[in-house]
Ligand binder design. Structure first.
Ligand code: NAD
Length: 346
């Protein structure tokens, strides 16, 4: 097991990579714990949960709403949960995002931690203290920065994860390589088959390196004033694709990353060869790289992005694999470039 730490203004987080769910008791108070999990995770692993009340939520991005949050609050009140309780989220990114927001706001905040059960959750969603829900169909519009006390990344849980979900996590690992660690990118290029088949050494290294990159960035810029913005690489277009399609988060991010790389190349920052390498790796991982739709729909969704500031949007471009930059791009220019590129033409 390897341990990484985040020390933020909103609290400190211990991230235990390779820790087992059966050891969760070490991290919890002796009593007064409530678990939040989803139907699938309860079905697979409910037997391994510590013996505390479980608030079960549904699955899928559509349940990441204020109404699910309200249901959790209702169950907390029914269970007479007071401010001395600890909320333990056990699940993927959706459970962690909602459980974290519930814990951060119930009675003005109670202690919380996560057992992260998806690859995407382990390398990204459960780490870094962003908690939130979608609103009016827009991603993560309501939320807070607040660090979980711990994140347990038990790679044994990934064995039951549907392959499509595993690949979504791979998309976020590609993101880390592409924005800040060319050796991680090359490692995945050379070992993608072993990664997909969950070779223990390969997967543990990928999770560790990813969390190391994210925790270092969050330690320097918890509230996303500067460097942390780079973690949004592929997410402006990815979130827009996610909004108008049935694609999963990681799949939409895959499309967003390749589109952002192509834009970087058009603007003269990135070589064609690096765009090609990214496309090949995403293809090899079985991730989508294009999406046919009405470009206007994508543009409308982009205009609602949280990163928009008036007529400009902060967009993450690539200079080379392993090196990203944040640039304010006029929305009109982004729209024109996307329209001209024909990326989303039906
Ligand atoms: N807070 C952040 O910093 C951050 C970062 C990235 C993504 N996110 C959010 O994370 C969410 C996506 O997370 P996700 O990809 O983990 O999706 P998810 O939570 O929906 O989990 C994917 C599916 O796998 C199932 N599942 C979970 N663990 C399982 C296991 N061990 N075995 C079998 N099935 C299992 C779930 O029930 C679900 O059906 C999105 O809402 C995204 O916006 C948040």
């Amino acid at each position: 097991m390897k341990v990484l730490n985040i020390k933020g203004n909103s609290g400190s987080s211990v991230i235990a990579i390779g820790e087992k769910i059966k050891n969760i008791g070490k991290y919890l108070p002796d009593d007064k714990v409530v678990i939040v999990s989803d139907n699938n995770v309860v079905n697979y692993y409910g037997k391994d949960f510590p013996e505390y009340p479980v608030i079960q939520i549904g699955t899928g991005e559509k349940i990441k709403t204020l109404s699910t949050l309200e249901n959790i609050f209702t169950k907390l009140v029914e269970n007479e949960v007071d401010r001395s309780y600890f909320i333990l989220g056990i699940g993927g990114g959706i459970v962690c995002d909602i459980a974290g927001l519930a814990a951060s706001t119930y009675m003005r905040g109670v202690r919380f931690g996560f057992v992260s059960s998806t690859l995407l959750g382990q390398v990204d969603a459960s780490v870094g203290g962003k908690n939130g829900v979608n609103f009016l169909g827009y991603k993560n519009m309501i939320g807070v920065f607040n660090q979980p006390e711990f994140v347990i990344c038990d790679m044994g849980l990934l064995k039951t994860l549907p392959k499509e979900e595993l690949l979504c996590g791979m998309a976020e690992i590609v993101k880390y390589g592409v924005i800040s660690h060319s050796a991680l990118f090359s490692h995945l290029e050379n070992n993608f088959m072993e990664a997909i088949s969950l070779n223990p050494d390969i997967i543990e290294k990928l999770v560790y390196e990813s969390v190391l990159i994210k925790s270092n960035i969050v330690n320097r810029d918890e509230k996303e004033k500067g460097e942390r913005k780079k973690l949004n690489f592929g997410h402006t277009i990815g979130h827009a694709v996610e909004k108008i399609s049935d694609l999963k988060h990681g799949q939409a991010i895959s499309i967003g990353m390749l589109t952002a790389a192509a834009l970087s190349q058009k603007k003269g920052y990135l070589s064609l060869n690096d765009v090609r390498r990214l496309r090949i790796l995403l293809d090899n991982l079985g991730l989508p790289t294009s999406f046919a739709c009405d470009t206007g729909e994508i543009l409308n969704a982009i205009k609602k992005d949280k990163k928009r500031k008036g007529d400009v949007i902060e967009f993450i471009l690539l200079q080379e694999i392993g090196n990203a930059l944040v640039q304010s791009i006029p929305i009109d220019e982004l729209c024109e470039t996307l329209q001209a590129s024909g990326t989303f033409d039906d």
